[in-house]
Write a new protein. Structure first.
Length: 253
């Protein structure tokens, strides 16, 4: 997916998140809990995502090439009323999408990754928004799958970008050459990953045997890697104990 292709699903996921949140708030008190985010209610989820969108909008609007100084960062007060809070989220998502559309993929801005571009943020925020939409829907019922193209991109991004970052942030133990294979059942992609020392190595088109292989739809694989689905949601061959061990080698944040 490229920058232009990601803008439409970002807006679609934002609308779906808003719909799921309004459905949760319509149930009244107590506000439903979010099963995948222990200790959080739907209110916490909205505040988190709306705050992230406004933080990034500030980075983009100011073309910042270093992280903002928290002392100088003033964000609007978060509404307490559920309807106003949902509107607040929707406004922030629209403003972020407009900025990302205006700036295109190659404007230099600060990110927490090696890639210092606006394109990085759209890719990251589309994936995060899709996962949190799933979270919001799961608070009141059965959540819908992630869009297949977004989910496949999320698997690649999680392996190439998130996994190395998470290992560094959490001081994960070194890999000992564990080879994981994630095979998509609703598309042609296969991802083979080797954890070696401090490295996370994606091996394209390898025929080398894997220690464990997990098969599922792109949505199921992405949600597993984001720790939303258990290993039992996937079809596993090889050393099944290695699949939960992934989260020791790549700790969640």
């Amino acid at each position: 997916m490229d920058h232009v292709e990601r803008l439409a699903p970002f807006r679609t996921e934002a609308a779906a998140f808003e719909k799921a949140v309004r459905r949760a708030f319509d149930l009244g008190e107590p506000v439903p809990a979010v099963p995948a985010c222990p200790g959080w209610t739907v209110t916490d989820l909205v505040r988190h995502l709306g705050g992230v969108h406004r933080y990034l909008a500030h980075v983009l609007r100011e073309r910042l090439t270093a992280p903002p100084d928290p002392a100088g960062l003033t964000l609007p007060e978060v509404p307490g009323d559920p309807d106003a809070l949902t509107d607040w989220f929707a406004q922030g998502a629209r403003e972020l999408a407009e900025l990302l559309h205006e700036l295109g993929p190659d404007t230099a801005v600060w990110t927490w990754s090696a890639e210092q571009t606006t394109g990085f943020w759209l890719r990251m925020q589309l994936i995060e928004l899709a996962v949190h939409r799933w979270d919001a829907e799961s608070a009141t019922g059965t959540p819908g799958r992630l869009d297949p193209a977004v989910a496949a991109d999320a698997v690649t991004q999680t392996i190439e970008v998130m996994a190395p970052a998470r290992r560094g942030w959490q001081q994960a133990p070194p890999g000992t050459g564990e080879r994981y294979r994630f095979r998509r059942t609703d598309g042609p992609e296969t991802w083979t990953v080797v954890l070696s020392g401090d490295q996370v190595l994606l091996e394209p088109a390898t025929t080398a045997p894997a220690d464990v292989e997990a098969c599922g739809t792109a949505s199921d694989l992405a949600l597993f890697l984001w720790r939303r689905l258990p290993p039992t949601a996937l079809r596993v061959t090889g050393d099944a104990a290695l699949l939960p061990h992934w989260f020791t080698l790549v700790p969640p944040v």
